[in-house]
Write a protein that binds this ligand. Structure first.
Ligand SMILES: C[S@@+](CC[C@H](N)C(=O)[O-])C[C@H]1O[C@@H](n2cnc3c(N)ncnc32)[C@H](O)[C@@H]1O
Length: 278
């Protein structure tokens, strides 16, 4: 096994890098790193090392954030062994949480008057994003997550989270397949961080547009992706609805608490286009 278990006993792929490297040295000898550099070339080897160092730093910072705030959100939890509702397990991505610095950076592109708005994280994992959203004056914060074990961890986190920045207290998580989720009829900020493949996303975004047509109201959509290059298909898919306008946003800096730089896009519902779309 190349991974270890997280605090709740779930299969966590983010830990064990140093152990794996030590095992390789023991098994193949101390010259193995030189053999690997010769095989893959200097540039590729440097990229490999910097990727792994970055993972290690981001992982340490995530665990420190958890200790500081009395929660469990770190890790890279694989979905294969989890108890999932709905038919879309194989289309879902592993549970890796948005980095706190990246989230705060994204929020700078959104309006500050969030009263009356419900923040919804589609594929909310262990709830890190819900906790971070509670630093902003949303009326309600809702997580939608299809894996029972992650919902249970999230619910414990919502109870135990300690942070003086918290200004919203109405947080909850529902266990549901995002494709079957019905959006509440309040103003919305719908957040996606690389949760699943395009076919599930198409269903969720169509459900959102149908809900907005049934009751027009303010709505923002944020899409973030780091691996899988999901932003490359998510951005055109949101534009293709014909009812959202993409807002200009600054590029994401390379924050140390993020395993990779997050590419992101922010959209605002254009109510005139919505009315024209019938
Ligand atoms: C990359 S994680 C994002 C976690 C969280 N949104 C964040 O930003 O910290 C993706 C999450 O989406 C969940 N997921 C994947 N497919 C889903 C689906 N069809 N319905 C609900 N949740 C889903 C996974 O279980 C995982 O927890």
């Amino acid at each position: 096994m190349t991974s270890r278990e997280d605090r709740a006993g779930l299969y966590d792929h983010s830990t064990g890098r140093i152990g794996r490297a030590a095992r390789l040295l023991r098994q193949r000898g101390v010259l193995e790193p030189f053999r690997l550099v010769r095989k893959h070339g200097l540039a590729e080897s440097a990229r490999f090392i910097s990727r792994n160092v970055r993972h290690l730093i981001a992982d340490r910072l995530a665990r420190k954030w958890d200790r500081d705030h009395n929660v469990d959100t770190a890790g890279s939890i694989q979905l294969a062994m989890l108890d999932v509702v709905g038919p879309n397990r194989d289309k879902g991505n592993e549970c890796v949480c948005t980095s706190p610095k990246s989230f705060d950076f994204i929020m700078k592109s959104l309006p500050s008057d969030l009263g009356g708005t419900t923040f919804i994280d589609i594929g909310s994992g262990k709830s890190r994003t819900l906790l971070l959203a509670s630093h902003y004056p949303f009326s309600k914060i809702v997580g939608v997550e299809f894996a029972r074990e992650l919902v249970e961890i999230a619910q414990r986190n919502l109870r135990s989270y300690k942070n003086p920045r918290k200004v919203c207290d109405t947080l909850s998580v529902v266990q549901a397949d995002a494709a079957a989720y019905e959006f509440p009829d309040t103003p919305l900020l719908v957040y996606f961080y690389n949760p699943f493949s395009k076919d599930v996303f198409d269903v969720v975004i169509a459900n959102l547009v149908a809900s907005l047509k049934a009751k027009p109201r303010r709505c923002f959509v944020v899409y973030g992706s780091s691996s899988h290059s999901a932003i490359d298909w998510a951005r055109p898919a949101i534009r293709a609805t014909g009812v959202f306008e993409e807002l200009p946003v600054p590029p994401m800096p390379s924050f140390l608490d993020a395993v990779r730089v997050i590419d992101y896009a922010v959209f605002r519902l254009d109510e005139k286009k919505l009315a024209r779309a019938g």
